[in-house]
Ligand binder design. Structure first.
Ligand SMILES: *Cc1c(COP(=O)(O)O)cnc(C)c1O
Length: 422
């Protein structure tokens, strides 16, 4: 395990002050709250000085930098049509509005996981903007929804026609869902059924980069009979990415999570008319941006730096660190509220006791680390030093907790503190 490749700190184009936030280590090197907190890298900043940077207006489709990035992502994800949008939330909302508009209008409904982002963290957008009911499923396996569960919830065929129901028009899947990976095989089963009954499948792939690494890791480990030894040597990452997107009609991928671009998401689709329609909703939602080249040049550099270079080694490293941290936590006596399948940990033994969250956040801070409630997210700018700091905080947390110097084991389980880091 090694620190992220040091960025080239001298620039042919730019002279930066020695305290510039663009220099390494990143100001986000100790921030475990989310992978949205990454700081735009020096490589991204350099992309703005490229002689090929286009500063055309993207509403007029004149930003070639943006068009080129979209085309690059279409090729990478193997979906023919795409649209650069402001955020993951906007991307999902545009996708769902477009699907609903094209399916004949209300009454209509969407099936989604009860833990999904579209249901819980998009400010009620689907209800307010789409006039749409979300039908939530709480997966019985505790991880992801199955075709059988979707079928049981679906209002299609004769049921879809029944006056009691809002017909199912879309199934919205999410991968990873809170760091947990939904298997490609289950996605494929759902898509096959959806096709037969005329329902569209949208994938909220905010963290699809991580899902692809995780799918590749599982296969690679099965083939080798052990975990790959050197980051960068994982096989099948691009294949996994493409298999995941092949299972759906439309997919939204965050550029600001995983690969760490400053702003933006991309909405990809099989159908050209879908994207033409989506452009209108993008405009309606205030997402028709002008000189987007400044954003997409940076996002393009992020794709190269974090995904393409050395086969996504920087992302592979985040998954390894998450596994290492989870082992440490369990050795110390902690539990995990979800399995660690990508770069995210849900620590058990923090919000089940009075004052646990406050103490955990304070102990992490003593070692210079930022954490928020019981979730830990490892992003590519986290340094080895930060990982060691968080491990020390874990040790002290369990010493204190076992001594019972605060809180009480008899306290009733507290509901996880709800804060807005996603
Ligand atoms: C973060 C996230 C989004 C929304 O992305 P924003 O860019 O923050 O709007 C959507 N879906 C999932 C699963 C996410 O984690």
């Amino acid at each position: 395990m090694s620190n992220p490749a040091p960025a080239n700190q001298t620039s042919a184009y730019l002279t930066l002050p020695t305290n510039s936030p663009f220099l390494t280590p990143s100001p986000s090197s100790h921030d475990f709250r989310s992978d949205t907190v990454t700081t735009p890298s020096l490589t991204q900043l350099h992309a703005l000085t490229s002689p090929t940077l286009s500063l055309g207006d993207d509403v007029y489709s004149e930003s070639t930098t943006t068009t080129n990035l979209t085309t690059r992502l279409c090729t990478l994800f193997n979906k023919p049509h795409g649209l650069f949008v402001t955020s993951g939330t906007q991307s999902n909302q545009i996708a769902l509005l477009t699907h609903l508009a094209r399916s004949g209008g209300p009454p209509h409904s969407i099936i989604a996981d009860s833990d999904s982002h579209i249901l819980n963290y998009e400010a009620g957008g689907t209800a307010t903007l789409g006039g749409c009911q979300i039908m939530p499923i709480t997966p019985q396996n505790g991880k992801w929804v199955t075709l059988e569960e979707v079928k049981r919830k679906a209002a299609v065929g004769a049921v879809g026609e029944d006056e009691h129901y809002a017909g199912t028009k879309v199934v919205c899947l999410e991968n990873t869902i809170n760091g947990v990976v939904m298997p490609v095989e289950e996605m494929r089963r759902i898509r096959e059924w959806a096709r037969e009954v005329g329902v569209k499948v949208h994938l909220d792939g905010a963290r699809l980069w991580n899902a692809a690494v995780a799918v590749a890791e599982e296969r690679d480990t099965a083939e080798r009979g052990k975990e790959y030894e050197v980051t960068g040597q994982l096989r099948g990452t691009v294949e996994a990415l493409r298999e995941l997107t092949a299972c759906v009609d439309t997919v939204s991928v965050c550029l600001s999570k995983g690969i760490g671009a400053p702003v933006g998401s991309v909405l990809l689709a099989d159908d050209e008319k879908f994207i033409a329609h989506a452009r209108r909703f993008r405009k309606m939602l205030g997402g028709g941006l002008r000189q987007t080249g400044v954003l997409t040049a940076m996002a393009d550099a992020a794709v190269t730096e974090v995904w393409e270079s050395n086969n996504a080694a920087l992302l592979q490293r985040t998954h390894r660190i998450a596994r290492r941290l989870s082992k440490k936590w369990v050795e110390l006596g902690g539990t995990l509220n979800k399995e660690v399948e990508s770069s995210m940990l849900w620590l058990g033994g923090i919000d089940d006791v009075d004052g646990g969250v406050e103490r955990w956040e304070a102990l992490a801070k003593e070692d210079g680390c930022k954490v928020a409630y019981s979730r830990v997210v490892v992003h590519w700018q986290i340094t080895d030093e930060a990982v060691k700091g968080l491990e020390r905080a874990m040790e002290r947390y369990w010493v204190e907790r076992k001594q019972g110097t605060w809180g009480s084991a008899e306290d009733e389980a507290k509901e996880a503190k709800k804060v807005g880091y996603r």
